[in-house]
Design a protein around this ligand. Structure first.
Ligand code: ZN
Length: 234
């Protein structure tokens, strides 16, 4: 076995754990998004309820304005009626006044109906807000768990990177360079066992010459198929 192999295996063990941690860390934003997603339907319900309250407010205001306009007209008609000396005009104005009074009553009735609706809408809004608050509490807890997990992962990552740094020094630079190039390319491993003539990385049979080189201390044997560094397991 080449003397660099045990050192490279130690390094690879750290590199594999580092890769796994980095994969876990990449999941963190997704987990946060999933947690926040839980608020979206509650937010939508609050939004809808607010919209409903605003609509009813507008309807009540419009009815108020309509009633006010008719009240003004009524006052004008009453003055005209008071001032007129013609009986016919007095009668006609009286009919018109009655019509306007009926309209004002109708408008006021509708206002009352909308005020009742407003009470319901406001209650629905309060409920929607309360529900969102409960969900927000759950989401905050989940986000806290995710945050703590990310902190733990980052801590382990920095520990491993420290260990990895210390392992680098004693490794022959050209062996290290070769190892790093293969590890980067393969993503999972660069040094694998050669067992019964089979590469532990790609599971292909290697030629007899390669098997022999894997047993020698002078050469770093590489798999004929995948290029991974091989060490001999008898
Ligand atoms: Zn291979």
């Amino acid at each position: 076995m080449h003397p660099e192999i045990p050192k490279l295996l130690q390094l690879q063990e750290r590199d594999q754990r580092i890769s796994a941690l980095q994969r876990d860390l990449r999941e963190v934003p997704k987990l946060e998004a999933v947690a926040n997603q839980k608020l979206s339907s509650d937010n939508a319900r609050v939004e809808e309820s607010q919209q409903r309250v605003r609509e009813i407010e507008l309807k009540i205001k419009t009815l108020e304005l309509d009633a006010k306009t008719r009240q003004n007209t009524l006052e004008r008609l009453a003055t005209q009626q008071f001032e007129t000396r013609k009986n016919e005009e007095f009668q006609a104005l009286g009919v018109e006044i009655k019509r306007y009074e009926a309209e004002v009553r109708q408008l006021e009735d509708r206002q009352l109906e909308f005020m009742e609706e407003m009470e319901l809408a406001k209650r629905a809004l309060d409920e929607a807000r309360a529900r969102r608050e409960v969900t927000q509490g759950t989401v905050n807890q989940e986000l806290q768990v995710v945050k703590q997990r990310a902190e733990g992962l980052n801590q382990r990552l920095s520990d491993l990177e420290g260990e990895r740094g210390q392992l680098l020094d004693p490794i022959d630079p050209s062996a290290l360079e070769l190892y790093q190039r293969i590890f980067k390319k393969k993503g999972d491993s660069a040094v694998v066992a050669l067992e019964n003539g089979i590469c532990g990385g790609c599971h292909m049979k290697v030629v007899a010459g390669t098997v022999q080189r894997a047993g020698e201390a002078s050469t770093l044997a590489q798999c004929d198929s995948c290029g991974r560094l091989l060490y001999f397991v008898s």
